[in-house]
Design a protein around this ligand. Structure first.
Ligand code: SF4
Length: 580
């Protein structure tokens, strides 16, 4: 037996409890508390806030004895999920969320929403259309957002709707329409009409189309926000935390302000010599968003745009204001999430997540990446998904994807896929590490299929089955007891499977049901391989035929190499060999 001692264990994330490892090293789950699923704190990290949305009730409200519900003034009509949750009502949307988050029941969802730790972005208008309600918060699985939107130089409405479908197919949980070109109104309308996922926008983009920035006034801001709320936008980024007082800090930076909304508002403040209008109009904006139940995504206009600017005075001063705006929005009954950086060295990510958790009292944190290095343009879906994994482990609730096109151009369909896949990896890795019940089940199922060398099940359980099959079939289109990576004689999984004393491949549920030979490559798989540019399709099939012949496989007959054919004597011989 090993003599080392494992750290105190959180919770095995495999609900089947079949894992052979100890499970998550994260804190023991605390549903209904400030640390639902949380990482242990590195020394010196800010502690969680002792306050929640319950400490910021609208005037005239009082919390009932016992704690989890409140009285509203006579004649009050609830509008938002937060209003309903505070009054003790479980809405159909909360019930739907509980169906989708199998470890939560509807009452737990209500409690999280009432505390402000969870949001359900569901505009009344979009709910009347095709929206399938989902939630964002630490008590639930980590979510992924995909950005899209036409730019002045590229793309159109049809392309954007097509990208939306692609993002939904690759399991984005929400989509932001960040269009800055073409017919913004028509594009937004078409995307909301087609979307089953919540749609977010940054309303200032459309406010400055057709007018000069200096002409933007308070009336235009409120009208623009109301218009988008009426269209059915589920959540809006409002850059209200960037104040006049913060602008001097920006001079120290290497790259200034990289948020589009943030840079526009900074310029407006300088031109007018006035405070950020989003900040001055905050209470009016809250009232509009409350009417439609549009969730706030309070923007971080001063997010760092390079490692050198991370965690600087500008970013942290703005974060304090985001905390103040969160409290004020809760007093209006609005649902709130808060946006975060950006570009952050890996070692600073935990601090950033835990500082937000403290200053914004547990309101869900929605982060862009963060990118952990600046020198890999073209690969920023990778640099950022490394940071996103750490962010989700330490406190973020939703991850905004970054595509390979980041900093370089407008993402096309395949870039959307690459971004979605990278961020599903980050979100899933964090959920497993946090010990979210059931998070690891599919990993364990795939491991069993892999151990059984059951390629069909292996592909079926893969996130991208076509890609997995195409890569496998690139060298071998016959279902052998090995793959082209090590070959027959060196395949440790095959040898393990043949050793009688090991479980590998002996579970009936993973055994092949019938002998089979892979079908030929589908057009999609062929396209995947052609794109790789390694082998021509002709060459692939020539190799596959060669392998098939050498293994004696024919359609309807399992290849001779298959270890299910191993006799007890042969198994014994292999076992003896292995233990020599
Ligand atoms: S050949 Fe190597 S990579 Fe392929 S299944 Fe066997 S052990 Fe795994």
């Amino acid at each position: 037996m090993p003599t080392y001692v494992l750290p105190p264990l959180g919770n095995n994330p495999s609900s089947a409890g079949e894992g052979t490892t100890p499970g998550s090293f994260a804190n023991v789950p605390d549903l209904g508390g400030p640390l639902s699923f949380s990482s242990p704190d590195t020394p010196g990290m800010p502690s969680p806030s002792e306050k929640t949305a319950w400490d910021f009730l609208p005037s005239g409200w009082s919390r009932k004895a016992g704690g989890d519900t409140a009285h509203a003034p006579e004649g009050f009509r609830p509008s938002t999920q937060l209003d309903h949750a505070r009054l003790g009502a479980v809405t159909p949307e909360m019930r739907r969320v509980a169906e989708r988050e199998e470890h939560l029941n509807p009452e737990q969802v209500r409690v999280e929403v009432a505390a402000g730790r969870m949001v359900i972005p569901a505009n009344h208008v979009h709910l009347g259309g095709g929206l399938d309600p989902m939630c964002i918060g630490r008590a639930s699985a980590t979510k992924v957002n995909a950005n899209m939107g036409a730019s002045p130089v590229s793309s159109n409405t049809d392309d954007e709707v097509e990208k939306l479908r692609f993002a939904e197919r690759w399991q984005a949980d929400t989509v932001m329409d960040l269009s800055t070109g073409g017919d913004l109104d028509a594009t937004r309308e078409a995307i909301i009409g087609a979307a089953r996922v919540p749609i977010g926008t940054v309303p200032i983009y459309s406010m400055i189309l057709g007018r000069r920035l200096e002409e933007l006034d308070e009336q235009a801001i409120l009208a623009g926000i109301e218009h988008q709320a009426r269209q059915g936008v589920d959540y809006m980024t409002v850059h209200a935390g960037l104040l006049q007082e913060h602008l001097p800090y920006v001079r120290q930076r290497l790259i200034g302000i990289v948020s589009r909304g943030g840079s526009l508002l900074a310029k407006w403040m300088i031109q007018h010599g006035k405070q950020n209008p989003m900040y001055s109009l905050w209470d009016d904006i809250c009232e509009i968003l409350r009417r439609y139940d549009v969730t706030f995504s309070i923007g971080d206009g001063l997010r760092p745009g390079g490692l050198a600017d991370a965690s600087d005075a500008a970013q942290l001063a703005e974060l304090e204001t985001l905390g103040e705006l969160t409290e004020r929005a809760w007093r209006h009954g609005c649902q709130v999430m808060v946006e975060g950086p950006g570009h952050v060295p890996f070692d600073q990510i935990e601090y950033n997540m835990k500082l937000q958790r403290r200053l914004c009292h547990g309101a869900p944190f929605y982060v862009l990446g963060p990118l952990v290095t600046d020198i890999f343009p073209g690969y920023d879906h990778i640099t950022s998904c490394i940071g996103a994994t750490a962010a989700a482990y330490h406190g973020a609730s939703m991850l905004c994807y970054v595509t390979p096109k980041e900093h370089l151009g407008l993402p096309k369909k395949d870039d959307v896929k690459q971004g979605c896949v990278a961020y599903r990896i980050a979100a899933h890795a964090a959920d497993v590490a946090l010990g979210l019940p059931g998070a690891r089940n599919r990993d364990d199922e795939l491991t069993k299929a892999r151990a059984a060398l059951n390629w069909e099940k292996h592909f079926e359980l893969s996130f991208d089955p076509d890609l997995a099959r195409a890569f496998h079939d690139e060298d071998l289109d016959v279902d052998t007891d090995f793959c082209a990576m090590c070959g027959h004689d060196w395949c440790s999984v095959r040898i393990s499977k043949e050793i009688v004393g090991f479980l590998s491949g002996k579970d009936d549920r993973y055994a092949w049901e019938a002998p089979r030979v892979s079908e030929a490559l589908s057009p999609e798989q062929r396209a995947i391989l052609e794109k790789r540019g390694v082998l021509s399709p002709e060459e692939l099939h020539r190799l596959a035929r060669k392998t098939r012949a050498s293994m004696g496989a024919e359609t309807g007959k399992r290849a001779d190499c298959h270890s299910d054919l191993t006799t007890d004597d042969e198994a014994q011989r292999l076992q003896d060999q292995t233990t020599d």
